[in-house]
Each structure stands twice: as structure tokens, then as C-alpha cells.
Ligand binder design. Structure first.
Ligand code: EPU
Length: 301
């Protein structure tokens, strides 16, 4: 059996060869060599330090909603902060830990009369994951509400950064190179019942347009500037295209569905075929939005 390289106090929170597919919304992929569930900043620091000292690759998993994990699994450490999920609202500011679900954050903000984050209703995933990729949709993105973020930066230091000091782009942020611990978000005062209604309306729109009840990683590709990848894929005739257990949704062209027994390699091959067809029909090369693991390790020297 593989030895546990982590400090003894962390052992109850370390699992060896832990299956990951059920921790992703796409439900594909192999196990993590080491899976660590952090319950405190000290757990996170010990995990990061151990990985660094013995040269293990490090990945942080959030809600697993934008993630495609290789069939062979992930060497090194996969760190989860899903137990670190406190949310505290102070007037128009909210302090939220990385492991909180985005949907819980939206509901809390509405219930406490904090307007803003309702625009993120219906987006799956954790707050840490949302910050790492600047999650958003038609009505806004999480960067719109960031006041500051506390993270372990790529140099391994605990740091607080104001929004102006963070590089946010379309579905990308530099925070993906470190470990987000918590954030302070800034909203505005609002009326509770209106905010609850607004969030519900946005959620309903998504439920109507997207294949919510099926296994997918959300939109597979980024929208090219000024265009919709979903529409381009649809017009290119890719809906219903299938490789193994993976198929392009009939409902929304930018969703790849695991019909039950898809492997990561099926999804990747289908993405390749879709990219090729869209290039032929529209002359545009789609870029993946879904994160493919194992990619680059965090905090790599
Ligand atoms: N459309 C089609 N056929 C399709 C899909 C879409 O004709 O198969 C048309 C729609 O009718 C609409 C237009 O394309 O006129 C745009 O579609 P939609 O409103 O669904 O938005 P989108 O640009 O495809 C973006 C985000 C989604 C987000 C929605 C709603 C990206 C890549 N996608 O989709 O985000 O939920 O807006 O806010 O930015 C995600 O990031 O995982 C994601 C799903």
C-alpha cells in the first residue's frame, strides 16, 4: 500500500486512490492518488507544504462542475475545501469561504437582502471554483462582486488581494494558479422578496434552455467574441453526434452529455470532432471551457 506522506494530524482527512468521477457533474474519470478534505486553513497549508516538499502535483477541486478528469486518474494530490463553507453577511458585504456552493451563496444573499450575486443563479459549483474561472453568464460574472480574495498564491504565500490586483478575464482568472481560501464580496442593499424572485427567474431561464438533469460539465467551449458556441455547434449539425457514451445535447449544442458509461477519452474525442466541424462550417476554432485534468500542477516551481 502507498505510504501516507502527510503529517499524522491530517491522516483522517486523507484518502488514497479515491474515486473522483462522482465528485464531478460529468461523472467520468479515474481516482486521485491522494485526496485531502481540508477543514481549516492549517489543513490547507499542511497539504500544500507536503505536496511542495515531496514534489507531488497539486490540484484543487471545487464543485467539479467544469471538470473533465482523465480515465487514468490524477497523480499527486487533489485538495477539496468543500468542508470550508461558511457564509457571513454583514450589510452589503458577504464573507464566504471557498468551499461554499455558489447556489447557497445566492440564496443567502437573497434571504439577507444583499443584491448582486443573484445574477449568478443557476451556475453550479463552489465559490472557490467560480473565482478561479470567473464563472458567469448572461447577467454577470463573479468578478463583478469581488472586493478582495484571500488565497495561497503561486509562491505558496497566504495573501489578500483587492479586485484591482487580480487578473480576471472571460471565464478565466489568475486565481486558478493558487488556492482560494475565502472572499469578501460587495453587493448593494435590496428587497428580499424581489431578490428571491429575480434569482428564481434566472434559474428558470437556465432550466428551460440547458440540459440540467443530465450529467455534463456545463458549456464545453467558450463563446468566441460576440458569438454563441452553442448556436455554432447547432448550425454545424453536431447535435446528437456521439462517441461511446458521450453525446452532444439535443437541447443545447454546447453541452456534452454523459449518457451513462462515457469515458473521458470519449468526451475528448467528441470535443475534437465538434471543434473540427465548427472550423469547417464557420471557420472558427472553438476553445475548450472545461478544465481537463491532469493539467498543470498548482504552485509548480
Ligand atoms: N442557441 C442555439 N442552439 C443551441 C444553443 C443556443 O441556437 O444549441 C442560441 C440560443 O437560442 C441563443 C444563443 O444561441 O439565441 C445563445 O444561447 P444561450 O442563451 O444558451 O447562451 P450561451 O451563449 O450558449 C452562455 C454561457 C452559459 C450560460 C448562458 C446563460 C458560455 C460559454 N456560456 O451560453 O454558461 O449559462 O450563457 O447565461 O459563456 C457555462 O459556462 O458552463 C455555461 C453553460
Amino acid at each position: 500500500m502507498t505510504a501516507n506522506p502527510f503529517p499524522r494530524r491530517l491522516h483522517p482527512r486523507v484518502r488514497i486512490s479515491e474515486p473522483l468521477s462522482n465528485r464531478t457533474t460529468l461523472r467520468v474519470g479515474g481516482p486521485a492518488e491522494y485526496f485531502v478534505e481540508a477543514t481549516s486553513l492549517r489543513d490547507v497549508a499542511d497539504t500544500v507544504n507536503t505536496a511542495h516538499e515531496i514534489g507531488l502535483p497539486l490540484h484543487v477541486i471545487g464543485g467539479g462542475s467544469n471538470l473533465l478528469i482523465a480515465d487514468e486518474g490524477i497523480p499527486g494530490v487533489v485538495l477539496s475545501l468543500h468542508c470550508m463553507k461558511k457564509i457571513n453577511v454583514f450589510g452589503a458585504k458577504v464573507h464566504v469561504q471557498a468551499g461554499a456552493k455558489l447556489s447557497t451563496l445566492v440564496n443567502r444573499c437573497s434571504a439577507e437582502g444583499l443584491a448582486g450575486p443573484q445574477s449568478l443563479a443557476g451556475i453550479p459549483g463552489s465559490v472557490g471554483g467560480a473565482l478561479a474561472m470567473n464563472a458567469g453568464g448572461r447577467y454577470g460574472e463573479i468578478a463583478d462582486y469581488v472586493e478582495r480574495v484571500i488565497w495561497i498564491n503561486p509562491q505558496g504565500e497566504l495573501e489578500s488581494r483587492y479586485k484591482e490586483e487580480i487578473d480576471f478575464g472571460y471565464r478565466i482568472s489568475e486565481l486558478r494558479h493558487g488556492v482560494v481560501i475565502e472572499a469578501v464580496l460587495q453587493g448593494a442593499p435590496g428587497e428580499r422578496s424581489e431578490l428571491i424572485g429575480r434569482a428564481r427567474e434566472i434559474l428558470q431561464q437556465k432550466l428551460a434552455a440547458q440540459p440540467y438533469s443530465e450529467f455534463s460539465a456545463g458549456c464545453a467551449f467558450k463563446n468566441p467574441i460576440g458569438q454563441s458556441a452553442g448556436r455554432m455547434i447547432d448550425l454545424a449539425g453536431c447535435k446528437g453526434l456521439r462517441v461511446g457514451g458521450a453525446t452532444v445535447s439535443d437541447r443545447h449544442g454546447n453541452f456534452i452529455i454523459n449518457t451513462g458509461d462515457a469515458r473521458a477519452r470519449d468526451v475528448l474525442e467528441l470535443m475534437r470532432q465538434v471543434t473540427q466541424r465548427v472550423l469547417e462550417v464557420h471557420g472558427v476554432e472553438l476553445q475548450p471551457e472545461v478544465q481537463v485534468w491532469p493539467g498543470r500542477s498548482l504552485l509548480a516551481a
